[in-house]
Design a protein around this ligand. Sequence first.
Ligand code: HEC
Length: 105
Amino acid sequence: MKILSLVLIVLMYISGVETSLATNLERGQELHDENCTSCHAAIYGEKGNDIYIRQNRKIDSLSGLQEQLLRCKNSLGTNWPEDQIQDVQDYLNKNFYHFKEEDNE
Ligand code: HEC
């Protein structure tokens, strides 16, 4: 019985973590699509997100992604809290860049 409740607790914990991760990515995408896409699209045409997968893209590390994101965000003049910036970064990394944390070292 003890083991069963332990398993249940672990399962609840895991699914809770996954849900919040998905929510953060969704929030990141929302923030991104509302604020970032139109400017990239103005430069790169209809599919603004092509900027992230273009042949000569500039970003080659997670820290590079973070730097460019902050530069672009500043040009927007928005004042996002740390966790929203992180969500957008996670969204971009998960969908386009696929850097691992250790690529930063
Ligand atoms: C005012 C216009 C503008 C806005 C708004 C903007 N960007 Fe950008 N972004 C650019 C330009 C221009 C470049 C290309 C810079 C270069 O080639 O040096 C760029 C490039 C990037 C790149 C690098 C692409 C590559 O080469 O891999 C990332 C990542 C990025 N932007 C993220 C964002 C995010 C996230 C937002 C929203 C918070 C955003 N941008 C909003 C203009 C903008």
